[in-house]
Design a protein around this ligand. Structure first.
Ligand code: F6R
Length: 607
């Protein structure tokens, strides 16, 4: 979390930084700030709240500077406030620093700096780092940054400027992304290329323990020990259109509607052996086939996709799989040997808990496979093999298209493994391939329920709680539906396996409780119908998702959302879409900030 951006070149820096911060706001949005160098002085402006508040304050007092740093914050150490917002400066006001990450030994460093007479004005770990850079700053800024980061334990991407070296940004990273954008006579740095994509698509990716010295004349990257490193320049794959709303009111809505395309991109070349992307699946299959144990690990929505993966791999491929929250995995001494395969699933590719679980698994000898969205992300770098979901940038804080694309990749894996293990015969595999190919169109039909879902949302937006029920493959969809509702509408919601309802949650049901039941016509249909009867008998209000043409549920449910008929393995994807829309329309109805829900950030880079 937190987004950082920097500029050095021939143009006025502040508008460029503000636009970049706007694009990074998905990473954190409780406060923001910029530092500039004007007439040999550091100017620092900060605001609690959104980047828009910062922009308005800068409009009131315009600045002129050819260099600057910007930061949008998601608080870890210290409450969201103007004082704790970045950039932070040293006591002598000689340097300004922005930071994404956590300095784990900040207390020890602060103690040392206090003993040296430094004073602290915030409760952040970042101010400690700013003072430390200041402490080491004698003549050369890069040397000061190098000396400081060599003393630091933890994760960081940082950037520093100083009026004594007024055209230079010094940047460094360890464990948190930092990208340098190359323009003509101007350079950018950012946590994510989205921050500067409107100016350039040529980039250098900084790696751990590297330090970059960036001026309008060029970039010089060196290792911690000062030796020069030759860096490759690459071209960003995404384009401006992908990171803009393109007429949609919110990124979340745009991304919900992008799902047919994203599903197509996830399956392209991967359905049949010999397909262009099939070889990634092929390599992974041989590991899975020979594994002594398979773990799927992830957090949040990606964990829900993993749960669906467990059902799929067991049912379709006949292999046993365990699913673990990444944040729990390494604390429970899991049984890992050299034939263990750990599959880590992450949209951002930067989730700290997932990365820590992968590291632990690797240290114990496991083969680690990543299912990721972002090429070059930390998850892909930490994996022995990576399968990309190819969903394209996801900017709305609540995951939508990445969830369905992750499930798509897990379906493809299960299918391919099922063919290998012989559990899926040629005919069944061909049927499945046909259903998969039809899925983007079915997802379109699922989006066709939007009008109906919006009407339902209007009726339930004052509800205080929601219950989501599903069985088998659709139980994780119930969890995901509930998570979406909590995240963006702040309404309490719980997902349950439908049959578990009678073991406790049934006590909650009365005429005020909406119960969303995912009830496709599969082999659990009869059972879930009984569960729906149980809700009805207690006057609960039922919103049922079922298969097209199903009449059985009409008599029981208050609202029936019919989804296209498909094979059971694909139903979670079709069912997730109206649940995303339901959460979305309720949040919009409540006038909440859908793309930037309170307390959340798009990628969680702290453990
Ligand atoms: C929910 C959501 C989060 C993420 C979780 C893991 O909408 O977005 O629960 O799924 O933080 O993130 P990734 O997949 O980036 O590792």
């Amino acid at each position: 979390m937190c987004g950082i951006v920097g500029y050095t070149g021939g143009r006025n820096a502040a508008p460029i930084l503000l636009a970049g911060l706007g694009r990074l706001e998905y990473r954190g949005y409780d406060s923001s700030g910029i530092a500039l160098i004007q007439n040999d002085n550091l100017i620092v402006r900060k605001k609690q709240g959104k980047v828009e508040d910062l922009r308005l304050s800068l409009e009131r007092e315009p600045t002129a500077s050819l260099i600057g740093l910007g930061h949008t914050r998601w608080a870890t150490h210290g409450v969201p406030s103007e004082q704790n917002a970045h950039p932070h400066v040293d006591n002598a006001n000689r340097i300004a620093l922005i930071h994404n990450g956590i300095i784990e030994n900040h207390a020890a460093i602060k103690e040392f700096l206090l003993s040296e007479g430094y004073q602290f004005y915030t409760s952040t770990d970042t101010e400690v780092l700013a003072q430390l850079v200041g402490h080491h700053f004698h003549a050369n800024l890069a040397d000061a940054v190098r000396a400081a980061v060599n003393q630091v334990e933890g994760s960081y991407s940082i950037a520093v400027i100083a009026p004594e070296d007024p055209l230079t940004i010094v940047a460094a990273r360890n464990g948190i992304p930092l990208i340098i954008g190359i323009g003509e006579g101007e350079y950018f740095i950012a946590s994510d290329t989205a921050a500067f994509l409107e100016h350039t698509n040529q980039i250098i990716t900084l790696e751990d323990h590297e330090i970059a010295v960036i001026t309008p004349a060029g970039v010089n990257v060196s290792a911690a020990g000062q030796q020069h490193i030759r860096k490759e320049i690459s071209t960003v794959a995404s384009n401006l259109e992908q990171i803009e709303k393109n007429g949609f009111e919110h990124f979340m809505l745009k991304e919900i509607y992008d799902q047919p395309r994203a599903l197509e991109a996830a399956m392209r070349g991967r359905i049949d052996p010999g397909g262009i992307n099939y070889h990634e699946i092929e390599v992974v299959l041989s590991y899975l086939e020979n594994a002594s144990r398979i773990y799927l690990t992830a957090c949040g929505t990606s964990w829900h996709a993993a749960l669906i993966g467990e059902y799929l791999l067991e049912q379709i491929a006949g292999v046993a799989v365990e699913v673990e929250y990444a944040s729990e995995f390494r604390y429970r001494q899991p049984l890992i040997d050299k034939k263990t395969v750990v599959v880590a699933i992450s949209q951002s590719g930067e989730t700290a808990d997932t990365l820590a679980a992968m590291k632990m698994a690797k240290e114990q000898g496991a083969m680690v496979i990543g299912i990721a969205n972002t090429v070059g992300s930390s998850v892909s770098l930490a994996s022995d093999e990576t399968i990309y979901i190819n969903a394209g940038p996801e900017i709305g804080v609540a995951s939508t298209k990445s969830f369905t694309s992750q499930v798509m990749v897990l379906i493809l894996l299960a299918k391919a493994l099922g063919e290998r293990t012989g559990r899926l015969d040629a005919r069944a595999a061909a049927n499945m391939a046909q259903a998969i190919e039809a899925l983007p169109e079915m997802a379109n039909a699922s989006l066709g329920t939007a009008g109906q879902v919006q009407e339902i949302a209007a009726q339930f937006e004052r509800s205080r709680d929601f219950l989501y029920l599903g069985r088998g493959l659709n139980f994780p969809v119930a969890l995901e539906g509930a998570l979406k509702m909590k995240e963006i509408s702040y309404i309490h919601a719980e997902g349950y396996p439908a049959a578990e309802m009678k073991h406790g949650p049934i006590a909650l049901i009365d005429e005020n409780m909406p119960v969303v039941c995912i009830a496709p016509r599969d082999d659990t249909y009869g059972k879930i119908l009984s569960n729906i009867q149980e809700v009805k008998a207690r006057r609960g209000r039922i919103i049922a998702l079922t298969s097209e043409g199903d009449k059985g549920i009409n008599k029981l449910a208050d609202h029936v959302i019919q989804l296209p008929e498909t094979i059971p393995a694909l139903y979670p994807i079709l069912a997730a879409i109206p649940l995303q829309l339901l959460a979305y329309h309720i949040a919009v109805g409540l006038d909440l900030d859908v793309d930037q829900p309170r307390n959340l950030a798009k990628c969680v880079t702290v453990e």
